[in-house]
Write a protein that binds this ligand. Structure first.
Ligand SMILES: Nc1ncnc2c1ncn2[C@@H]1O[C@H](COP(=O)(O)OP(=O)(O)O)[C@@H](O)[C@H]1O
Ligand SMILES: [Mg+2]
Length: 252
């Protein structure tokens, strides 16, 4: 009984809270009153058309840019403390990868931040390469990697620290259906192992099959907040287009 209550309590824990953030870039409003929250163990899809404000929101959460107002709490505290940074994973939209490094050198370079002993570091590199099916390519230079391999090595660096929450900006973009499915399967596996996952995307089929909860942002404003995917009748694509049509005119 106590363990069920403990589980329910844990499941309701907010891992990320974004409250009323506003951001202006080059004199243009790019986020307007953006709010949502992510609970522990969720797979959360942050959806919106191109230019909606998804990347800007993620950069704000990562403290790469600073909103003019509003509040962002990760693990219940304002700002990202160094210790908190060690418990999150982040894969940016266009990961800059050092093309002259091999796969394993790139991971070693990233793992430096976590100050692992060299023994632990090598063990972690082996584990993540295995997880993203790249062990065979560990000695190849990144300039020899295909798009699909680069996406996977980007993901490998984001999970090398066993993050409690993983932030991914368009993890499936530019991948073929097989590549997308593989990434989806990997995200589900990581989630089952206890990682909360938050990702930006406009590929709705990926969301429908793996996300628990979604939000929709359009033209810098939230149109839908924290909606359970199960509660959406019919197809997510119809829901998405109807939601955006309601503010931008009929898109059908
Ligand atoms: N550095 C910048 N300077 C000015 N405007 C920007 C900058 N970066 C993004 N924007 C604007 O912010 C808006 C949101 O962009 P972004 O967050 O990248 O959207 P998404 O990730 O949803 O495609 C866009 O309208 C874009 O023009
Ligand atoms: Mg983007």
């Amino acid at each position: 009984m106590i363990s069920i209550l403990w589980l329910l309590f844990q499941k309701n824990m907010k891992i990320l809270e974004v409250k009323n953030i506003h951001k202006t870039l080059a004199g243009k409003q790019v986020l307007q009153d953006v709010s949502f929250e992510v609970k522990k163990w969720e797979i959360y899809g942050f959806l919106g058309p191109n230019w909606a404000g998804k990347t800007t929101t993620m950069k704000s959460i990562m403290w790469l840019i600073e909103p003019e107002s509003g509040e962002i709490k990760v693990f219940g505290t304002n700002g990202l403390m160094l210790e908190d940074r060690k418990s999150i994973g982040f894969m940016p939209e266009n990961t800059y990868l050092y093309k002259h490094l091999s796969g394993e050198e790139f991971l070693r370079f990233n793992a430096k931040f976590y100050e692992y002993s060299s023994e632990v570091c090598e063990k972690k590199i082996d584990e993540v390469l295995e997880k993203v099916w790249l062990s065979w390519a560990r000695k190849k230079f990144l300039k020899e990697y295909s798009k699909w391999m680069l996406q996977r090595i980007g993901l490998a660096q984001a999970i090398i620290n066993d993050p409690k929450i993983l932030f991914l900006d368009e993890p499936m973009s530019g991948l073929d259906p097989i590549g997308r499915r593989k990434i989806r399967e990997l995200l589900v596996t990581l989630n089952k192992e206890g990682t909360t996952i938050f990702f930006n995307t406009h590929i709705l089929a990926d969301v429908e099959s793996i996300c628990d909860t979604i939000s929709i942002i359009h033209e810098w404003r939230m149109l839908v907040k924290n909606k359970k995917v199960k509660s959406i009748k019919w197809w997510l694509e119809d829901f998405f287009i109807d939601t955006i049509s309601a503010v931008s005119g009929d898109l059908r």
